[in-house]
Design a protein around this ligand. Structure first.
Ligand code: SF4
Length: 340
């Protein structure tokens, strides 16, 4: 039996039940579901994404509703997932698809790649998984499995694509791609792969000839640089509301609701000179919120003020619970730790 037959046989018995995999009568997965899930899954694990996906689909069940919603509403349902540029691109793309393509995803790579936030990988995933076309979206799982199957551990994208092209099922390319993703996440894991359970162990060049490559490797963790910032909590005592701003569209947490903060600096000693809104020389608590981003760690120190005069400062007042669902995870930490 060749690779694709063995793999598909294994997949139909063992595939993960995921909310974005529901099929239509035509045996196809909704392209809208594939797109939303693939964007959410960038930099985020499957288990984290599932509840966000379910809530998102409940609120925006199709692309027309997503396109006609406001960006602040979309960001509200993205809050906590991080990498907010993804949500803004999602919204822009929804508008384009409704306007230019009458709400239907184009089925060719060139048109897909023109859409905001859709690169090679997502375009390939939409084409293969939603439209059952031969395409090669190579994520970390597929890369690892193919490198091991071919025993080419430095294989580049071209090598991986060639291998996939020679083995992919021509009748079920979408299932083949999903099967490889599942095999990578359940069996061919990065450390301690379960080769004895693998349906492809008789085809795997690494398992057959180079087992030492499969023993767990030591991971060298690189220490992340630390940045420091001030965060200003302003309480309005008459109605127990707090002052929030919308962060600028460009940059980290773009467009999200946030407590006002200073710039984030690398020298902790210069923190006392940093401004928040128009205020400088703010005193801050020793206690802090620590948040780890992909490239650095942030230590955010809190300045707490009651009934500060803000004049015409642009922002909004919210009660704790009104704000919570709209905040990114860093700001949720601040809220939960310092407002009771
Ligand atoms: S035999 Fe082992 S290394 Fe090879 S594909 Fe299967 S799980 Fe991965």
């Amino acid at each position: 039996m060749n690779i694709n037959k063995k793999l598909l046989k294994w997949y139909y018995k063992n595939k993960r039940e995921l909310p974005w995999r529901k099929k239509s009568k035509e045996d196809l997965i909704d392209s809208y579901y594939v797109w939303i899930s693939e964007i959410m899954l960038q930099q985020t694990t499957v288990n984290t994404v599932i509840p966000y996906f379910n809530k998102f689909i409940q609120r925006f069940p199709n692309i027309h509703i997503l396109a006609s919603s406001s960006i602040s509403e979309v960001l509200k349902y993205w809050a906590g997932l991080g990498y907010y540029a993804r949500a803004r691109n999602l919204h822009k793309t929804a508008k384009i698809i409704v306007k230019r393509y009458n709400g239907v995803f184009p089925k060719n790579i060139v048109s897909l790649l023109e859409l905001p936030g859709i690169g090679d990988y997502t375009a390939g995933a939409i084409l293969s998984i939603a439209f059952n076309k031969v395409a090669f979206p190579v994520d970390v799982n597929i890369k690892r499995v193919v490198q091991r199957l071919s025993n080419k551990h430095e294989a580049n994208k071209k090598d991986l694509t060639e291998y996939l092209d020679s083995s992919i099922s021509r009748s079920k390319p979408g299932d083949f791609i999903e099967a490889l993703m599942d095999l990578g996440s359940q069996i061919c894991k990065s450390s301690s792969p379960k080769c004895e359970l693998c349906p492809l162990n008789k085809n795997c060049e690494t398992f057959l000839k180079n087992k030492s490559m499969l023993s767990s490797k030591k991971i060298n963790y690189v220490k992340k640089p630390i940045k420091y910032g001030l965060c200003l909590i302003i309480e309005r005592t008459k109605d127990q509301k707090y002052f929030f701003i919308r962060r600028p569209e460009e940059g980290l947490y773009g467009g999200m609701l946030s407590f006002p903060t200073s710039n984030w600096v690398i020298n902790k000693k210069s923190l006392s000179k940093e401004k928040v809104l128009n205020f400088d020389g703010l005193s801050y608590k020793k206690d802090k919120v620590v948040h780890v981003f992909s490239h650095f760690k942030l230590e955010l120190f809190i300045c707490y003020k009651k009934d500060l005069v803000l004049n015409e400062m642009k922002g909004k007042w919210f009660k704790k619970e009104e704000a919570r669902s709209q905040l990114p995870s860093l700001m949720k930490k601040v809220l939960d730790k310092f407002i009771h």
